[in-house]
Design a protein around this ligand. Sequence first.
Ligand code: AKG
Ligand code: FE2
Length: 226
Amino acid sequence: MHFLQIDDLLNAEEIATLRQVAANGQFSDGRASNPHNTGKNNLQLHEPNAMRQTSPLILQALVRNQEFMDFAFPKRIAPPLVSKYEPGMAYDAHSDTAFINAGKEIIRTDLSITIFLGDPDEYEGGALKIEMGAGTCEFRLPPGCAVLYPSDTLHRVTPVTRGARLAAITFIESFIPDTKKREMLWELNELVAEEGLKMSPETHARFQHVQDGLRRMFSDAAPGGS
Ligand SMILES: O=C(O)CCC(=O)C(=O)O
Ligand SMILES: [Fe+2]
């Protein structure tokens, strides 16, 4: 599995606000935040005035979303950034840098998220492609929908050939850095949620005891470690 698609992460009002700020904002060359990566060719809304309007709004939408919380176990989230790809722009296959500057602190990137802000009809190309072993998953989602994926998976944005692709991205440091462990906890949580109503309260409590015990054991254990 490795990734989670979240539909309707943002509501219509939030999408409209973000699009409005983007329409009035001054985008700058995305390479500024990644000067040595010649495969990155996009625009980003770094302007502090714009970011004051966009970042908190997106952060709030993330932390109120139960699916996001259950899948990501977020510890710290970098300030979300709005990005734009115009014709000819793309981001070649890469995995995200392990540590990024997030304001005054440095966070480890365990998960990355792309939140689509534009209608797929507004542009051609601009798919987010994530490599999954032998296969690839491709996303071009309606506005407000998001894809959450481990930051160390190879992924790219295919060239935009018409129109403009508007999206927001950010990076998450997780309490559960190991992808496999995070996925097992997600799966267990889903099972308990689905089956929970059929259990006696005592059995449910015992499941939760195991679930929380594993969460404690897995939190901040080194990836690959025990
Ligand atoms: O915009 C996207 O879908 C992903 C962009 C990306 O991979 C990045 O900024 O690191
Ligand atoms: Fe990336």
